[in-house]
Design a protein around this ligand. Structure first.
Ligand SMILES: C[S@@+](CC[C@H](N)C(=O)[O-])C[C@H]1O[C@@H](n2cnc3c(N)ncnc32)[C@H](O)[C@@H]1O
Length: 646
């Protein structure tokens, strides 16, 4: 008879053996054990019990106790215990609330609704969307007009990325509670997400320039398909021609874990547990995890099963019919190793103001960064000169075309920063040796420029030891830049512009250091240097923008319209790597265009020293420092907005 989920396998909590002790004076009923109250045998006694003042009181007290315990655990954020108590409460209350009980004698249904509704919230807090949905449905069975339960049911649909169902339910709730602002706002939010998921239109720039919590974006799947490749298992391909800058896909990370920046090793364990947890939250997510490559020891050429794209399209509750088990810890660990990407470069408006990044919370204690796992992006193969750029904002990863491409092109992203010299070492972790066009070129050229690379290392060593100052630094860098340019001219093979820029890129630090002495250069020399730098950055398609729109940016408009973003960190001025203007920043093409056409020459937007830009320090800035920063940031944000949206 009991159709409640309290007794289903979702809620493993054992029915509690109540502490009810029947007194001697009630020998006749002593055979009723309250823990058996749901059994057929006991149910026949229920009307008698409820009509008996003593038992009625005992039952009420017990129910209240269970419910209050649930609340207590809820308030302490002990979600699973709260779920267990609310379920016990429902299980215990149900037989006393059945319609056949004489009117007036039954336990009020409120306790059932409220327990099921609170349990729904405890499940939502754990991102257990499908179970939360069942729980909300149970609450609504007891009272179909319970506004909170309708709201929570909608939140479960939102978690399952079914935004349309979410706002339709919310509109129902709004009819019952027309002035409820939270519901109104959530309707708007879900409608916006639905629109994004269908059209693929996101106003990133505008959202980023608003202080406040990280915006939430919906997933979106553009003209893509998964196919086998000849060299790297499965990959993602275009199903139509696209222009540069087009958003091809947006995907919210499935799970995140803290990581050391350079040594991820054991950090997978945290991520592994998160993924297993996620597998419990919805069948679709379970299937998405199922299709991920299992282990980094696989032969990369072997193609795995090809999932249907429907599995990734939001609002499409299609899911393979096959029943699959939650994968084992070892299997999930292997999937985490092969498919996780850094989320260090995640940007959030936190960089512009108050508010706490969800990912900053993952990055607890002394950890330096965050790694995450995304569903569809796990099928992108790597290139060190990729044709797509990625941008992470909060949980969402945006993938955009970095160049115009015809139908059928295999899309690639870079798993590591394209700026790294030792990409090979970092890529080892994915267990393949990169043979992209840039790596093949680098291997061919390296012996020819080895002497220059050795000199570069030596110079960098000296600069790091701060064994050089002022003019001496400028002269050393100028000399090396001139030698690199000379070498490029004299190389014994014909190089394309892009290939020349790959060579320059290997020395970009020196070019940047030279740029610091802009006032010592003629205009012609400065323009040439910037042109080379821009070309170098474009050639490797520096991905994202994560590092490039950080707090405290200074915008420097240089003579030929190229832009440099600089920022201050606790360790001093960091402007060498902040560059906005390359094709790599295609994500920001609109933003970039506006910058380019702005009349600004120079704007100082530096932040106070104590506000470091690293992920680690961002989470920690409190008190006066935070206030000072907020003022500064608000000012800077306005300035940015003026430039961007005038
Ligand atoms: C995130 S997965 C990419 C999707 C993968 N190809 C699949 O079939 O599931 C990463 C794995 O793909 C393979 N891979 C990615 N890029 C590659 C490349 N440029 N060359 C060779 N193998 C690559 C490697 O086996 C790597 O561990």
């Amino acid at each position: 008879m009991d159709t409640s989920i309290a007794s289903s396998s979702h809620f493993q909590g054992k029915p509690r053996e109540t502490e009810l002790v029947l007194p001697e004076s009630h020998r006749a009923e002593k055979r009723i054990k309250f823990r058996d109250i749901n059994s057929e045998n006991c149910r026949k006694y229920i009307p008698a019990l409820l009509n008996h003042p003593f038992y009625k009181e005992v039952i009420k007290t017990e129910l209240q106790k269970l419910h209050l315990e649930g609340n207590e655990y809820f308030n302490k954020s002990q979600w699973w215990r709260a779920v267990e108590r609310y379920s016990q409460c429902i299980q215990f209350a149900l037989p006393f609330s059945l319609e056949r009980i004489p009117a007036g004698a039954e336990i009020k249904r409120d306790i059932l609704v409220v327990s099921a509704s609170n349990r729904t919230q405890a499940l939502l807090n754990q991102r257990l969307w499908e179970t939360a949905l069942l729980s909300a449905e149970e609450a609504l069975k007891y009272n179909p007009k319970h506004v909170k339960s309708l709201y929570r049911k909608a939140k479960a649909f939102e978690g399952l990325q079914d935004y349309k169902k979410a706002f339709l339910i919310l509109e129902e709730a709004l009819e019952l509670s027309p002035n409820n602002k939270v519901i109104k706002d959530t309707v708007d939010h879900c409608k916006a997400l639905h629109r994004q998921s269908v059209t693929g239109e996101y106003n990133i720039a505008k959202l980023l320039c608003r202080p406040g919590p990280t915006p939430i974006f919906s997933d979106y799947v553009g003209p893509l398909e998964i196919r086998s490749t000849s060299h790297a298992g499965r990959g993602i391909f275009l199903t139509e021609d696209v222009e540069a800058g087009k958003i091809l896909m947006v995907s919210n990370g499935l799970a995140f874990g803290a990581s050391e920046r350079d040594d991820r090793g054991e950090q997978y364990s945290g991520l592994t547990e998160e993924i297993i947890f996620l597998c419990n939250s919805s069948k679709r997510f379970l299937h998405q995890v199922h299709y991920l490559r299992t282990s980094n020891t696989d032969n990369p050429r072997v193609t795995g099963e090809i999932p249907s794209m429907d599995l990734f399209i939001p609002g499409n509750d299609w899911c393979p019919k096959t029943e699959i088990e939650i994968p084992s810890w070892d299997e999930v660990w292997g999937k985490a190793v092969t498919n996780s990407f850094d989320a260090h470069r995640t940007i959030s408006p936190l960089t512009f103001g108050e508010g706490k990044s969800e990912l900053a919370a993952v990055n607890f204690e002394e950890q330096m960064g965050v790694i995450g796992i995304w569903g569809l992006p796990s099928f992108f193969n790597h290139s060190c000169a990729p044709n797509c750029s990625t941008l992470n904002i909060g949980r969402a990863m945006f993938v955009r075309a970095a160049e115009a491409m015809p139908v059928g092109t295999e899309l690639t992203i870079s798993y590591v920063s394209t700026e790294e010299i030792d990409r090979d070492v970092r890529l080892k972790h994915w267990n393949f040796s990169c043979r992209c066009r840039r790596c093949l070129h680098d291997r061919k050229i390296r012996p020819l420029i080895q002497e220059l690379l050795d000199d570069l290392n030596q110079l960098q060593g000296k600069l790091e030891e701060t064994g050089m100052f002022g003019l001496e630094v400028f002269e050393e860098c100028s000399r090396l830049v001139a030698r690199v340019e000379d070498a490029i001219r004299k190389l014994p093979m014909e190089l394309s512009d892009r290939e020349k820029n790959w060579v320059r890129f290997a020395f970009n630090r020196v070019y940047f250091t030279k740029l610091r002495f802009a006032s010592l250069m003629s205009t012609k020399e400065r323009i040439e240097l910037l042109k080379h730098l821009q070309g170098a950055y474009e050639s490797v398609n520096v991905s994202g923008g994560g590092s490039y729109l950080q707090l405290g940016a200074s915008i420097l408009k240089v003579p030929h319209g190229f832009l440099l973003l600089t920022w201050k960190s606790s360790s001093g001025l960091q402007f060498q790597q902040g560059l906005l203007g390359g094709r790599g920043a295609a994500c920001f093409s609109d933003l970039q265009r506006k910058f380019m056409h702005s009349k600004l020459c120079y704007h100082s937007m530096t932040a106070p020293r104590e506000y470091a830009t690293s992920v680690r320090d961002r989470g920690r800035c409190t008190g006066e420092g935070q206030k000072a920063n907020s003022r500064n940031i608000t000012m800077n944000t306005r300035l940015l907005e003026d430039i961007l949206f005038d």
